[in-house]
Design a protein around this ligand. Sequence first.
Ligand SMILES: Cc1cc2nc3c(=O)[nH]c(=O)nc-3n(C[C@H](O)[C@H](O)[C@H](O)COP(=O)(O)OP(=O)(O)OC[C@H]3O[C@@H](n4cnc5c(N)ncnc54)[C@H](O)[C@@H]3O)c2cc1C
Length: 339
Amino acid sequence: MQVDHAGDMQIFYPGDTGYDDERSGFQTGLRHEPQVIFAVENAQDVEEAVRYAETHGHEYAIQATGHGLTTTTTGVLISTRRMNGVEIDPAARTAKAEAGAVWQQVIDKAAPHGLAPLSGDASDVGVVGYTLGGGYSVLAREFGFASDRVRGTEKVGDVITALEFELVEVDQVHAGEMFFDAGHAEAVFEAFHTWDLPDHVTPTLTTLGEVVRVTYASTKPFDIDHLRVAPRLSEELSAKPFAEAAGKPLPPHTYQGDNVLLNDLPLDALHGVRKMAANSSVPIFLGIIPLGGALKTEATHLLKLISPRLDVEKQHAEVFDVVRSFVVGRSRNFRYAVR
Ligand SMILES: Cc1cc2nc3c(=O)[nH]c(=O)nc-3n(C[C@H](O)[C@H](O)[C@H](O)COP(=O)(O)OP(=O)(O)OC[C@H]3O[C@@H](n4cnc5c(N)ncnc54)[C@H](O)[C@@H]3O)c2cc1C
């Protein structure tokens, strides 16, 4: 049924030029199959879309970038990518971002004021989707969750049309990464596990096929000597503008992933997940984020798995099974193409 509407908002139906582009996002493995797409530009457009869905008994889904696509809709898709205004209030040290804004826009506008948002390792992720899932920033252990900084939300139905949040006074950060050949994984995992980590340092440990990567960031200097347990393929740690630590966009691709929050991660369990992931019948990239510091949560670690293909729930479950007795929850972020 055609939408009866008088404004300028673009509306797409299956078969229309632009329909496929509008429903496509960062995740190329699956796409929404909506009957109608509302390409909203302001809160009134969102109201119209929500009213249409409710009046016609359709469910509606929201898509900004598609990074966090889990289940697809056959009802109404509210595409927020055009609704992406960002305003900074330097005196109040706050930002206000519209529904479809991405972190890079906030970073760019905040930096001239010596301010930064609590964004993560990919600057093209949507501000609202990320923050709704807590938001594990590259400075998470120093400043807490992005969601802790929310000052206000504007909503229409389930759609957040604007989010206001505090920025942190961060200009330069000490950040970098080390790469090792995966043949040294056991020694690197052990060093990472036994690292006497200062509360202000946020590290991650990741396997990426043939390599193991450790990243780290803090506003204060710190020592990484403890991690030099094997030859490095590359190593870097330097003071740099926050924007350079905030992660560059990746090209869109197909991926499936999930995570668990753990209340402990003993060394033998860490080695257990490493081996299970490495020996899986499908490629599994594993990521560990130690929590604590300013992150007020009962969980001590977040374990995330990601594979560059779909239909790998069974293989991921085999890895999660190794740490089953420590699982206390799951983050809404780091869930990709899973129900
Ligand atoms: C490469 C990559 C790097 C990432 N890095 C990090 C990281 O460092 N830290 C971290 O915490 N997370 C990270 N994530 C996870 C990311 O925060 C989530 O996937 C988040 O849901 C993405 O939001 P989005 O708007 O970009 O994606 P979308 O797929 O467009 O949206 C995801 C979901 O968010 C909800 N949503 C979006 N906009 C609105 C709105 N206006 N109102 C209500 N609900 C809305 C909807 O439920 C929607 O389905 C990363 C993801 C990827 C793919």
